[in-house]
Design a protein around this ligand. Sequence first.
Ligand code: SF4
Length: 398
Amino acid sequence: MTEQTVEQQNKQVDQPAKVNLFALDRSGMEAFFTNIGQKSFRAAQVFKWIYQQGVTDFSQMTDLSKALRAQLTEEAIVQPPQVDQMQLSQDGTRKWLMRLPDGNGIEVVFIPEDERGTLCISSQVGCSLNCTFCATARQGFNRNLSSDEIVGQVWNAWHSLAEELGSTGFDGQQAKPGDKQTDLRPITNIVLMGMGEPLLNYEAVISAIATLRDDFGFGLSKRRITLSTAGMVPAMAKLAEDMPVSLAVSLHATTDELRNELVPLNKKYPIAVLLEACKAYVTDKQRQRVTFEYLMLDGVNDSDEQARELAKLLRYVPAKVNLIPFNPVEGIAYKRSPQKRVNRFRQILLNKGIVTVTRKTRGDDIDAACGQLVGKVDDRTRRSERMTSQRVAQPSAA
Ligand code: SF4
């Protein structure tokens, strides 16, 4: 080991890690300022700089004193994940691969529509729930994301879209978070539907949602934030208490037998228990419904009989059904149901009085299924690492 490396390492050990302010919701940031001997109202000022002006460099936060800016530079950073890759589909769907400091990759997808722009974010690196149709599941579970890594995904996407719309970051007239003119906001809705099960990373997710909702943060109402779960029943009750955002549930089957196969978590929380929890989630909430995600798998769960069973199951739950065309994934045998079958399934549900929409297929020309892009890029990286190490190893082996 060289002298310089030892010096560098000692320096790293001596220096306490700086706080990434993306990790703190407003109450956390108020506590941070109090702890460093400052007034708590500084939190609102810094929040506005970060989330309304898009500024991450303390030296540009001009309504803070020079001394405070210097102190913040010593004690904190505002660091989103690094944007590694962006794929743009012909239909306007964008998918970013973002790289975390430990080298792990996560995916973020933006889906523009006429009236809204929806951003789909990740909550974990990989996932432990092992749903059999899912590309993310194939990577296994690596770790939970921290709240700064969750908030940082939104900040990155917002920043990049705002720039594209012609604003110079967040400080132009267009597309700034907190802007009440919805049509000028690039991102109107956020869904926690990317990689991972959000309710298995509860604390970080709740803290991140607090920043998404904060008027000085991204300023999104709770109805515009949707948390999608595979059915973590106990955490659903807690979520209703702590942060009652819109709820989506990945149902995908009408019998426990089939759901055990598609979503193995069902063995722990079977359909009847899950639906009771859904009913409880929306009790007392006016006009609120649970969205049931139903992936249409050819010859697996898409028959007329299954449509009727689904309608029967949802009789007593304020529900909306999203029929999702399956995005084929390499190595996964399921196939997308033909459009005629999807239409027929939808009509049966509609006839039974269940609000049902078919999600448009988006981003077909990019790696649209969750987990596909990370899987491909990291496979390539691992492959090239393997090839490099093979090449390095060859001479000594010879
Ligand atoms: S579908 Fe969602 S919960 Fe299931 S394995 Fe994939 S990421 Fe996890």
